[in-house]
Design a protein around this ligand. Structure first.
Ligand code: TTP
Length: 259
C-alpha cells in the first residue's frame, strides 16, 4: 500500500488550519488524467484540480510590442508543429509547456481551500517533473532534442526549480497506469487532430519512462526530494468513468492517501 502524503512544509498555519498540500496526477497520454481529475473535483470541496493548459499550446498568442495597441493574434499551434516536425520543435514545445506549468504550479490556492478546516489538497494534471523526466528526457533519447538543447533545458529547469524551492514541491503523486495499448485505444477514441500520427511505439516509450520514474524509481533524478515523494498507483486500465464501483474504490484510495 502507498504511504500517505509527505509532510514537507512547515506544518499547520498559525490559525490552526491545515496547510494546502500539492499533488500531481501522472500517466501516459490519453490514460484518462483529465477524466480522473474531474472525478476528484466533484468528490470533495477540499480538493481543487488545476487543469493542464493544453489549449494554450494549441494556440500560441503573439505578444504585441508594448503600447502598440495591436490586438493579440494566434500565431501557431505548437502541439501540431511539434508532432509534424519533432526535431525542429520539441525543444521549443518543452520550454513552453514547462513555463506554462510553472505558472500554474505557482498559483496560490483558492480562498476556499485556505479557509478549509479539513485536509485541503491542490491537484495538478502533471508537473514540472513530468515535463523533464518523461517528455523532455524521452525527446532527448529519441534525438528530437539534441545534446546542446538538452543541456540548456536541464540547466534552466534545475535553476528555476531550485529558485522557487518549496513552491514547486509536491507532497504526493497519483500514477494512473494502463497498458500502452489501452492508451492507444483511448487516444484514437478522443481523436485530438494533432495526435493523428502518434504510434504505439511512442506510447510504449512514454510508458517506460513513467515506469522508470514512478514504479522502479530508478531514473537519475536530479532533485533529491522527488525520489522520496510517495506515489499512489491506480489501475486505470478499467473503464473507471462508467463504473460506479471502480470510481468509489478510487476515491477511497485517494482519501486514504491524502489523510
Ligand atoms: P497529456 O499531458 O498526456 O494530456 P492528455 O490530454 O493526453 O491526458 P489524459 O487523456 O490522460 O487526460 O498530453 C497532452 C498532449 O501534449 C499529448 O499529445 C502529449 C503532448 N505533450 C508533449 O509532447 N510534451 C509534454 O511535455 C506534455 C506535457 C505533453
Amino acid at each position: 500500500p502507498a504511504r500517505g502524503l509527505q509532510s514537507t512544509g512547515p506544518g499547520p498555519r498559525p490559525d490552526g488550519r491545515a496547510r494546502v498540500r500539492r499533488v500531481s496526477i501522472e500517466g501516459n497520454i490519453a490514460v484518462g488524467k483529465s477524466t480522473f481529475a474531474k472525478l476528484l473535483q466533484s468528490a470533495s470541496s477540499d480538493w481543487e484540480v488545476v487543469q493542464e493548459p493544453v489549449s494554450k499550446w494549441q494556440s500560441i498568442e503573439s505578444r504585441p510590442s508594448e503600447g502598440s495597441g495591436a490586438p493579440q493574434q494566434t500565431v501557431g499551434n505548437l502541439l501540431q508543429m511539434m508532432y509534424e516536425d519533432p526535431q525542429r520543435w520539441s525543444y521549443t514545445f518543452q520550454t513552453y509547456s514547462c513555463m506554462s506549468r510553472m505558472k500554474t504550479q505557482l498559483q496560490p490556492p483558492p480562498p476556499h481551500l485556505l479557509s478549509s478546516k479539513g485536509t485541503p489538497v491542490q491537484v495538478f494534471e502533471r508537473s514540472v517533473y513530468s515535463d523533464r523526466y518523461i517528455f523532455a528526457l524521452n525527446s532527448f533519447e529519441l534525438d528530437c532534442i539534441n545534446p546542446a538543447e538538452w543541456a540548456v533545458y536541464q540547466d534552466w529547469h534545475t535553476f528555476l526549480v531550485e529558485q522557487f524551492g518549496p513552491q514547486l514541491e509536491l507532497e504526493g503523486i497519483i500514477y494512473l497506469k494502463a497498458s500502452p495499448q489501452k492508451c492507444m485505444e483511448r487516444l484514437g477514441r478522443r481523436g485530438r487532430p494533432e495526435e493523428g500520427g502518434v504510434e504505439l511505439d511512442y506510447l510504449q516509450k512514454l510508458h517506460m519512462q513513467h515506469e522508470r520514474w514512478l514504479t522502479e524509481r530508478s531514473t537519475q533524478l536530479h532533485f533529491e526530494k522527488l525520489k522520496h515523494v510517495p506515489v499512489l498507483e491506480l489501475d486505470a486500465s478499467v473503464e473507471f468513468l462508467s463504473d460506479q464501483t471502480v470510481r468509489d474504490e478510487f476515491i477511497v484510495k485517494v482519501k486514504d492517501f491524502f489523510s
